[in-house]
Design a protein around this ligand. Structure first.
Ligand SMILES: Nc1ncnc2c1ncn2[C@@H]1O[C@H](COP(=O)(O)OP(=O)(O)OP(=O)(O)O)[C@@H](O)[C@H]1O
Ligand SMILES: [Mg+2]
Length: 616
């Protein structure tokens, strides 16, 4: 454990060598002055105080010299402390910032499948308290390194003074070190457990706040609170056991140097009687042991924080070393505004199992179809058939296990990140809105998207009306996850976001389900006619339920249990595929019932956050 902790510290030093050198220089200066101060104090006692007590008078010159020496040492010590503290602080906070950036960057690089397996609360904890824990020992590290140098110097000066006193030092210092090692060994499992519980507590909290709607409507407040309290209680117990151990060892570590001082006084008095040392030397050495007690603790601080650092680092490196990232290729498609062709060729896909030893179920098999340039293809199938999975594959959120997904004939795995993002846009089944203005949510700071483009996209998404009616128009803040908007409004905002980038392929995963059917049809019709400045409308792959929407498609692909069962025009499928007829009819009936029982948000907005629940 100590070895692993030291290698983490080594990494920190390699990353910030210059600042570390400044901090250690300050610390070594301080250590040297501590030793010097012991000898100056000894000299002052031996040459000023003792003669003064014996003869009753002191030379002014000697007194002034002593004062200047003590003052000079104090000033230099201040410089040393300043350098050390400043350096250590810089180093620690820079490392924390750097690793927070690396961890969050890594989150964005890792594929969706990795995110499915890792709870958001844990990720928050990784980027926050784990990074902090990993670099905790950096704060006392320069002090500890300086202290080690100082101890070597102290032992050397002890030997120069008297071998018997040096032996006392040789007994006390290694004992201190050994005690520190035992301490950190005992601490390791406790710290690791506390660090893990910190993540779990944050995970539970995150989940219950995130699911506040469910918790409240299902009356689960008490149970959620109990679930949180249980884990928080475990964390409290873990931290108390850390504190208890600290309570035992801290006084021991404090006492040992004092025992050393005592031993020095006993041994020193004998040696003084024997005439082997002078009063000056005895006072110097006794004083040295007293002033050493504090810096020696710095070594203990580092060792005591090492277990926590290792625990934090393990959790951070689990993210940094996670594999499965999807490397991008180097092919860039020409962005000429013409619609793109999407092709699936014999695609097989299964989600990775939740636990490695479980078999992963196949979700898609032998999926082959094409969305020709400028055409609209509808994906229809019962729930769980794999429609959203196909949508994810089309924009490369996941890669197929076998087979290929291609855009304009190029395997999407060979495309650059930028080319992929500018060619194909997905409007997901569950709309996500940032806690920002309407404008920022649509433009996402992409170059070339000015207010004109934003309004054009809003018009296409049939969202210009409600945005214009918002109190601050494009500058209106939409609240976290768009809570101040209705479900249908949120959906149209995310649609406008996709359209603003002028994608050449648009993938709509049930993207208009919360919108009035008439508005949905208007949106679809608008998308199929070319946008101003574009030669032709984008190709569209649309997951749809409503007959009116499906009927607009040039081709319908009927999916069941991850397989393409039939394809053709809507009327062809109605005539030939019984399952298709059942499904479409069932949707239509449900739709009619809903039409009678429900008013869409365009007419009377429902309380925000509830539409989705109503829709399902
Ligand atoms: N992240 C995931 N991990 C494991 N299995 C998943 C994951 N997402 C979906 N599945 C499974 O894959 C299958 C297809 O899911 P998919 O979301 O593609 O269906 P869908 O056709 O979009 O359904 P719906 O109409 O309800 O949206 C389902 O059996 C589902 O349980
Ligand atoms: Mg779906």
């Amino acid at each position: 454990m100590i070895q692993r902790g030291l290698s983490i510290l080594g990494r920190a030093i390699r990353e910030q060598p210059r600042i570390f050198a400044v901090a250690v220089a300050g610390s070594v200066l301080f250590g040297g002055l501590v030793i010097a101060s012991a000898y100056v104090v000894g000299a002052v006692v031996g040459d000023v105080v003792v003669p003064a007590v014996e003869s009753g008078e002191v030379g002014t010159g000697t007194l002034a010299l002593a004062a200047v020496a003590l003052f000079g040492i104090s000033v230099l010590r201040v410089v040393g402390i300043f350098g050390r503290r400043l350096g250590a602080g810089y180093m620690q906070f820079r490392l924390q910032a750097a690793y927070r950036r690396r961890v969050t960057r890594r989150y964005l690089d890792l594929p969706l499948s990795w995110h499915h397996r890792n709870a958001t609360g844990t990720l928050l904890s990784n980027a926050n308290s784990d990074v902090e824990a990993a670099w905790y020992p950096i704060a006392p590290l320069p002090f500890a390194v300086g202290t080690l140098v100082m101890l070597v110097g102290a032992v050397g000066s002890l030997f120069a003074t008297d071998w018997a006193l040096a032996l006392v030092g040789l007994a006390v210092f290694p004992a201190l070190f050994a005690l520190n090692v035992v301490y950190s060994r005992r601490m390791a499992p406790r710290q690791a457990r506390a660090q893990r519980l910190r993540a779990e507590v944050s995970g539970i909290a995150h989940e219950s706040f995130d699911g506040a709607l469910v918790v409240k409507t299902m009356g689960r407040e008490a149970q959620e609170t109990a679930r949180f309290a249980g884990r928080a209680g475990q964390l409290r117990d873990a931290l108390i056991s850390v504190g208890r151990l600290r309570g035992v060892f801290d006084p021991l570590l404090e006492t040992l140097p004092s025992l050393g001082t005592l031993a020095v006084l006993v041994v020193g008095t004998i040696r003084l009687r024997q005439g082997a040392i002078s009063v000056t030397e005895l006072v110097s050495v006794a004083f040295l042991f007293t002033v050493l007690a504090f810096p020696v603790r710095a070594i203990g601080w580092v060792l005591a924080e090492l277990p926590r650092s290792v625990a934090g680092w393990d959790r951070v490196s689990r993210v940094l070393d996670a594999t499965g990232e999807m490397p991008y290729g180097d092919v860039a498609l020409a962005d000429d505004g013409t619609p793109a062709t999407l092709a699936f060729t014999d695609v097989h896909f299964g989600y990775a199992p939740a636990e490695a030893h479980l078999p992963g179920a196949q979700v898609l098999g032998e999926v082959t179809f094409t969305v020709p340039a400028g055409r609209t293809v509808a994906l229809v199938g019962p729930t769980g058939a794999g429609k959203s999975t196909i949508a994810s594959l089309a924009v490369r959120l996941v890669d197929p296990d076998s087979g290929t997904v291609s855009l304009d004939g190029v395997d999407v795995r060979r495309l650059t990140a930028g080319s992929l993002a500018s060619t194909a846009a997905l409007v997901a089944q569950v709309p996500f809105v940032f806690d920002d203005t309407v404008r920022a949510n649509i433009s996402l700071d992409r170059p070339g998207i000015d207010d004109g483009e934003v309004w054009a996209a809003l018009r296409l998404a049939e969202a210009d009306g409600f945005v214009a009616a918002l109190p601050d128009g494009l500058d209106t803040m939409v609240g976290e996850r768009g809570t101040s908007l209705s479900g249908g409004q949120r959906q149209r905002l995310t649609l406008a976001r996709a359209l603003a980038g002028r994608p050449r392929l648009l993938v709509l995963d049930d993207a208009t389900s919360a919108v009035d059917p008439r508005v949905e049809a208007a949106i679809l019709a608008g998308l199929r006619s070319p946008a101003p400045g574009q030669q032709a409308a984008a190709s569209i792959l649309v997951v749809a339920y409503r007959r009116a929407t499906i009927a607009l498609a040039d081709e319908v692909i009927y999916l069941e249990q991850g397989r393409v069962l039939a394809r053709g025009t809507h009327s062809e499928l109605l005539a030939t595929v019984p399952g298709y007829v059942d499904l479409v009819t069932a949707y239509e009936q449900a739709e009619q019932e809903r039409e009678q029982n429900r008013t869409y948000d365009e007419v009377a907005p429902l309380p925000s956050g509830l539409e989705i629940e109503v829709d399902r």
